[in-house]
Design a protein around this ligand. Structure first.
Ligand code: PLP
Length: 411
């Protein structure tokens, strides 16, 4: 008599984990080494694994592109934090996007948002287009999605909050329309991290991250990840992960996993600092407007109340400074703690001017239509002491105003 069990491939790869977020972050995917007892899993650098007879590997592994222990552990931890049965890691956020787009047949149509991440926009319009995928964009996805759906629409790809204007999308409302037509919804959750938002709980089919940002959190690893619940999707994406081979190294998986274990502490601290800074900026006479989902003045604050943990606003802020592009560029030179640099989500605070840096490739009319004015400054708020950060910003603003006034007086 045989015992009736599910064939192994029908069981989800990772079981759902009901413990609290912090417990999952620290514990999931972190087994003690069974031989040495090492509390921290060693970095497994071997690219190949011994077999006892042909086709019978000693353990779970054969070749490191297909799978390796550090990647497995990291994927398990991310699945736990995104409430997913499956997760796959890639060599960058961009490689994650590319692999998902590769799963679509030629002739497929995708709907996305106008202010989608620049690298994603570039992949959609310059790379996916070359293998016959067409992407159309809208600035108001909740309103337009239904009318934009075509016979071959396969994906709706959104980001919430968007970059750099931090506008929010109601994921469930988009998913409801998409699912009526059998369309999958992908949410790029990079800007909030799984601590603040879990898109799968709001109807998304796939959540992706640039791990480079909050999940690793220390600005020293480039990596990406996708998490989801569908076993069919898992067959396709696991095949593509191995076939395309845009996989992260065991060392990067180990580092990113180390970063992930403190995500809740870092995200909480960045959120508290950003809230204080956003309030300070909103009260400053030298600031035209502040975009921060944690402020009651945010136009989609209701979505934050529904979708974000404790209605948090996250660690990203953008604001328009008075004095135009000159003031914005000078501000980023005048800060002493905030470093002028692209990227985000690390423990250290960064600032940049999107119109001149991350979003310089977008024509000015399209840029301004989505709120990216020349005087817009984007802050990635780190986890330094809040008083020092507020002082840094108020000092930089004061020095910018002084220098502009001096120039006017001597002109
Ligand atoms: C950085 C980023 C990406 C791309 O990730 P890489 O790891 O740089 O390839 C995708 N989406 C968002 C929102 C990002 O911020």
């Amino acid at each position: 008599m045989t015992i009736a069990t599910l064939p192994i491939e029908d069981a989800p790869r990772f079981q759902k984990d009901n413990r609290g977020f912090a417990t999952r972050a620290v514990q999931t995917g972190s087994p003690h080494d069974p031989i040495t007892g090492a509390v921290i899993t060693p970095i497994s650098l071997s690219t190949t694994f011994a077999q006892t007879s042909v086709g019978n590997p000693v353990g779970l592994y054969e070749y490191s592109r297909s799978s390796n222990p550090n990647r497995d552990n990291f994927e398990h931890a991310v699945a736990a934090l995104e409430n997913a049965n499956y997760a796959l890691a890639f060599s960058s956020g961009s490689a994650t996007t590319a692999t998902i787009l590769q799963s679509l047949a030629t002739g497929s149509h995708v709907i996305s948002i106008s202010d989608v991440y620049g690298g994603t926009h570039r992949y959609f319009t310059k790379v996916a287009a070359a293998h016959g995928i067409r992407v159309t964009f809208t600035g108001a996805i909740e309103v337009d999605a239904r009318a934009m759906i075509e016979k071959n629409t396969k994906l709706i790809w959104i980001e919430t909050p968007s970059n750099p204007t931090l506008s929010l999308v109601d994921i469930q409302s988009v998913a409801d329309v998409a699912h009526e037509h059998g369309i999958m919804v992908v949410v790029d959750n990079t800007f909030l991290s799984p601590y603040v938002q879990n898109p799968l709980d709001h109807g998304a089919d796939i959540v992706i991250h640039s791990v480079t940002k909050y999940i690793n959190g220390h600005s020293d690893v480039l990596m990406g990840v996708a998490a989801y619940n569908s076993p069919e999707l898992n067959d396709t994406l696991t095949f593509l992960q191995n076939a395309i081979g845009a996989v992260p190294s065991p060392f990067d998986c180990w580092l990113a996993h180390r970063g992930l274990k403190t995500l809740h502490l870092r995200a909480k601290a960045a959120n508290e600092n950003a809230s204080a800074i956003a309030q300070f900026l909103e009260s400053s006479p030298h600031v035209i407007s502040v975009n921060y989902p944690g402020l009651n003045s945010h136009p989609q604050r209701k979505v934050a109340l529904k979708q974000h943990r404790k209605a948090m606003g996250g660690g990203m802020i953008s604001f328009r400074i008075r004095g135009g592009i000159r003031a914005a560029e000078r501000f980023c030179k005048e800060t002493r703690i905030f470093t002028l640099a692209e990227s985000l989500g690390g423990v250290e605070s960064l600032c940049e001017v999107p119109a001149s840096m991350t979003h310089a490739g977008i024509p000015i009319a399209a840029r301004e239509k989505s709120g990216v004015f020349d005087d817009l400054i984007r802050l990635s708020v780190g986890i330094e002491d809040v008083d020092d950060l507020v002082d840094d910003i108020s000092g930089a603003i004061a020095r910018v105003i002084d220098s502009l006034m001096l120039e006017e007086a001597t002109a």
